[in-house]
Design a protein around this ligand. Sequence first.
Ligand SMILES: [Zn+2]
Length: 126
Amino acid sequence: MSRIRVAFWDPAGSRYGIPTYPWRLAPPHLLTLRQLAAEGLRPGGQGVQGQLLWRSRRHGAPGVRAAYLYDVRFALPKRTATPAQRAALGKANAARRTCPECLRDVGYVLPRHLGTCLDCAEGCAA
Ligand SMILES: [Zn+2]
């Protein structure tokens, strides 16, 4: 282990306040948000359970970088839209395609500056 790895090795959280691991050395049940999302999970109600620390040499943002870790055992499945939510979205989108002049669903979102479908707008201009 390099000196930096030792500096970031603090599973008990005595140095950093929360359990801290160097890059690649976190226990397998602690995942970052991105790793949770890849499994179709979200943190749920749990708070941050630990952190990864690593030294970044990225140009423009050098220094120590952190990623928060969540316990996969407390994670919940990702929320998906309920049928009612999907229906509401469908209705909202239909409303944006429905011309208030001719009351047709014209199949495209009405241009905001016209407020009507293109046919009605042309009819007004003519
Ligand atoms: Zn119209």
